[in-house]
Design a protein around this ligand. Structure first.
Ligand code: AMP
Length: 376
């Protein structure tokens, strides 16, 4: 297929807001497609800067630096959704931003996100907006306990939330999390956490990866199993839900949708990330076109690649000192593809790399967890 005329020419520069591992792996995929990347981030030790053709070291509210950045690149994307909306707004109009401010704004606020999911046709758990302790009490009366109280903005990896099991938990949780705007959600008795990953191209085409089952440890993603061991109808629903989200967001790029699987096989949407996602790292080695290449293809206006899976995969995150200690063992495995992010300090909770164990196609479902994760 000839690339559409709207696609970026070879040698063009893609600007990436954020310099973490997602920016790094996006830049590596971009280089393979013949593009340069320019990373904009406030931290000098950004893993993305190491592998990018250029970088700007500046704060996200430095408008002069943002304007210089806009002039130096052909298109802008971001690698994390907590980029201030004003930062993207300062760039839009000067340079195409993919995704744009609308998708970013929807995913930055849990209340806007919940409304959006329901409108996009993805069911969500009952929730209430909470700004006062009286609203919290009223919310608990309506939704019941247990429930989860979360800040509406800037929460990730379990930060900014509290599980309320008894009425007495409400006041201390409110005191800890307020005065930020809060959301009270019914506690979902999920049997598994599932994610769906999709890409949407500039022409509106959507490509969806197989659904993934995720396991967390200390609130951080530990393992992803691909494909998720799900009844076929639930797997198809998970893929349909993330495709609905990509279309309704009018996204150009990759999006992840985190979902809860219930005992009856139904799914509830939890959170959207409008960018490549940790639970999609297995696609780098087990699919024809991995999520980072797919993101760059979308942002560059190229046709999307095939999301088809040619192997089953289990991904383990390498986190903190434990992740560092596991690295030599990972390198010794013949069926494991190692990825290190170039971070020098193994701080607790810090994602240092990941490892993708590849298995023959359609064999994962027959393995128990110990067999599936051996060598990881
Ligand atoms: P989040 O920041 O919304 O992704 O939540 C982090 C983790 O907390 C999720 O991956 C779940 O394990 C858990 N969690 C979040 N919301 C709920 C909920 N409403 N019911 C049960 N568990 C939840």
């Amino acid at each position: 297929m000839t690339p559409p005329e709207t696609s970026l020419p070879l040698g063009a520069t893609i600007g990436i807001l954020g310099g973490g591992q997602l920016g790094r792996m996006s830049a590596m995929a971009a280089a393979r497609l013949g593009y340069r990347c320019h990373i904009f981030a406030p931290d000098a030790d950004s893993p993305g800067m190491e592998v990018a053709a250029a970088h700007t070291l500046a704060e996200y509210d430095d408008v002069a630096a943002l304007h210089r950045f806009a002039d130096a690149v052909d298109v802008v994307t971001f690698e994390f959704e907590n980029v201030p909306a004003e930062t993207l707004a300062a760039l839009e109009g000067r340079v195409p931003c993919r995704p744009g401010t609308r998708a970013l704004a929807i995913c930055q606020d849990r209340i806007v996100e919940k409304r959006f999911l329901a409108e996009a046709g993805v069911p969500v758990a009952p929730w209430r907006e909470v700004t006062t302790e009286a609203e919290l009490q009223a919310g608990i009366a309506e939704i019941g306990l247990p429930a989860v109280l979360k800040t509406t903005r800037l929460g990730y990896d379990g930060r900014g939330q509290a599980v309320l099991r008894r009425l007495e938990d409400a006041a201390p949780a409110f005191a800890r999390l307020s005065p930020k705007p809060l959301i009270l959600e019914a506690f979902v008795p999920f049997t598994a956490e599932i994610s769906g990953i999709a890409a949407r191209g500039l022409d509106g085409t959507v490509a969806t990866y197989d659904a993934i089952e995720n396991r967390h440890r200390h609130h951080i993603l530990d393992l992803s199993f691909a494909p998720a061991r799900l009844p076929a109808s639930a797997a198809a629903a998970a893929q349909a839900h993330v495709a609905q989200v990509a279309t309704a967001l009018e996204l150009v790029g990759v999006v992840a949708l985190e979902m809860f699987l219930l005992a009856d096989g139904s799914l509830l949407g939890n959170e959207i990330a409008p960018r490549p996602h940790n639970s999609g790292h297995w696609t780098m080695d087990a699919c024809h076109c991995g999520q980072f290449e797919q993101h760059i293809r979308a942002v560059a206006g190229l046709p999307l690649g095939s999301p088809a899976r040619h192997a089953d995969a289990v991904m383990r995150n390498l986190v903190g000192s434990e992740g560092l200690a596991a690295w030599p063992g990972i390198l010794a495995q013949q069926d494991v593809v190692p990825h290190w992010y170039g971070k020098l300090e193994a701080r607790p909770g810090r994602k240092l790399g990941h490892a993708n164990r590849l298995l023959p196609l359609d064999t994962l479902h027959a393995l128990d967890d110990a067999a599936a994760t051996s060598g990881l």
